[in-house]
Ligand binder design. Structure first.
Ligand SMILES: Cc1cc2nc3c(=O)[nH]c(=O)nc-3n(C[C@H](O)[C@H](O)[C@H](O)COP(=O)(O)OP(=O)(O)OC[C@H]3O[C@@H](n4cnc5c(N)ncnc54)[C@H](O)[C@@H]3O)c2cc1C
Length: 447
């Protein structure tokens, strides 16, 4: 969609001063103030549009720390900074009128892998598909999935606690983050990991920015634990509000600040690096594409697949199916999802089974097929047919079709024009700079 802001407001002098000081202090990344650069970062996948004053493209944690150190100076108090990854967020989270810090241009290196312990260390701008392509020869993958995996960054995934296909078995991003390197306002670096509560108590006693954060989070989350457990909704994905509950393990013996940063939508700190756990690639994968007479039938039938112990169930409605049919992508999958003679396919469940135990997988697939045959015989559940896909190439083509359907959706006839909506300011938690006092390392906020 073409952004349609028609006027380019001039740059605020304070922003120019900030950028100039940044260069003088040895910032090695790029700075951008042209209207074109600002415009390209004024949209994400939401209906909102906000023109930033400037964009920064850091090359390293040191660059980010420099931005944060200068941002902490009182003369720059009024400036607002927003981290950005791939800009695929759907709620306008990476948009702001201040300074956008784009982590995706340069901070996209994969730094270290340990296959024995099963982890990888990456910079925040690494794209999810980039990571999995890199991990493939090692026989591993990063298991949290999302439809925008060819664009979304690990920094964005961590900050939105992304999850998608396969989450029934693999969970969400926060379940796979072992530790983070974060840059705080003021430029201090915070390295997080799970640790015995005793060690966190020792850290909480140190007179540093890190110590103050440990002190506040540890004491508040422990003293208010009953209220946190009682009042906060039990969420599966920690994008709405901070995950105060899981900062502690259930027995309170382990403490982990990582859980607070996951899903924080960039409001607490810049994440520059992450240590992620990785999962061995399953040896056997099978797909059952189940066809329905309506979208409603497909939805109603989904719990049945969960009972069948499927790894994932992706439901596709007729609108998206029809859009996909009109797209070139259909040529690659039409033989895997053929029409049923004399029936109209108006819904589809893409059901995957995967694991290392081939016999078990075959049994699960044949059990499901037997149950589907029964439903079709008795004309129940709206099932009109199904098709198996056993080869990896076919499986990947079907998932690509599913991912591409979103692109079709955005360009469909009658899709809303962004221009009518750009003035609506997206809801954000307080911006990073003035947010929750526990992460602002200035003495007044901590008092
Ligand atoms: C078509 C479509 C399908 C989608 N499907 C899924 C899906 O299946 N599952 C799912 O979970 N989401 C989905 N999303 C939403 C989106 O892709 C995810 O939220 C994704 O994790 C965002 O990653 P990003 O790199 O694009 O982050 P951005 O959109 O750039 O940023 C998202 C948030 O993270 C913050 N952030 C980014 N990088 C950093 C950093 N280094 N440090 C601190 N904060 C940072 C930003 O400030 C912002 O608040 C979908 C979006 C689209 C457009």
């Amino acid at each position: 969609m073409i952004p349609q802001i028609s006027q380019a407001p001039g740059l605020v002098q304070l922003v120019l001063t900030f950028l100039q000081s940044l260069q003088e202090q040895g910032f090695t990344g790029d700075t951008a103030t042209s209207y074109a650069d600002r415009l390209s970062l004024s949209t994400d996948n939401s209906i909102y549009q906000l023109l930033p004053d400037a964009a920064l493209f850091p090359r390293s944690t040191a660059d980010v720390a420099l931005i944060a150190r200068m941002a902490g100076e009182s003369r720059f108090n009024s400036l607002v900074f927003t981290p950005r990854g791939g800009g695929t967020g759907t709620n306008g989270q990476s948009l702001n009128q201040g300074i956008v810090v784009d982590m995706s241009r340069y901070m996209n290196r994969i730094l270290e892998i340990n296959t024995e312990q099963g982890w990888v260390r990456v910079e925040a701008g690494v794209i999810k598909d980039q990571l999995n392509a890199w991990l493939k020869p090692y026989g591993f993958f990063f298991s949290p999935e999302l439809s925008t995996s060819n664009r979304a960054t690990l920094g964005g995934m961590i900050n939105t606690d992304a999850s998608g296909q396969g989450s029934l078995v693999y969970g969400k991003t926060s379940d796979h983050v072992e530790g983070l390197r974060a840059v705080l306002l003021g430029g201090d670096i915070l390295d997080t990991r799970a640790m015995p509560t005793e060690l966190a108590e020792q850290l909480a006693a140190t007179p540093t920015a890190e110590g103050r954060i440990y002190n506040v989070v540890l004491n508040r989350c422990r003293n208010q634990r009953d209220l946190i457990l009682e009042k906060f909704p039990k969420l599966n994905r920690f994008l709405t509000g901070y995950d105060l509950r899981h900062v502690f393990s259930d027995d309170l013996q382990t403490f982990n600040l990582t859980r607070l940063l996951c899903g924080a939508e960039g409001t607490l700190a810049f994440i520059t690096e992450a240590r992620l756990d990785i999962t061995p690639i399953p040896k056997v994968r099978r797909l059952v594409n189940i066809k329905y007479d309506s979208f409603d039938s497909a939805l109603r039938n989904a719990p049945f697949m969960v009972e069948a112990k499927a790894l994932s169930v992706e439901t596709v409605d007729s609108k998206v199916l029809n859009l996909a049919r009109e797209d070139i992508v259909w040529h690659s999958v039409h033989e895997l999802i053929t029409d049923v003679p004399d029936k109209e396919m108006l819904g589809l469940n893409i059901v995957e089974f995967a694991g290392d135990d081939g016999e078990l997988i075959e049994k699960q697939v044949s059990n499901l097929c037997a149950r589907l045959d029964e439903l079709m015989m008795s004309q129940q559940g709206g099932v009109i047919g199904y098709q198996l896909c056993n080869d990896l190439g076919g499986i990947e083509r079907i998932y690509n079709m599913r991912k591409k359907r979103w692109a079709c959706w955005g360009t469909r006839k009658g899709a809303p024009s962004r221009s009518r909506l750009w003035k609506i300011r997206p809801y954000r938690r307080n911006s990073w700079q003035i947010t929750s006092s526990i992460f602002v390392p200035c003495s007044t906020a901590m008092a």
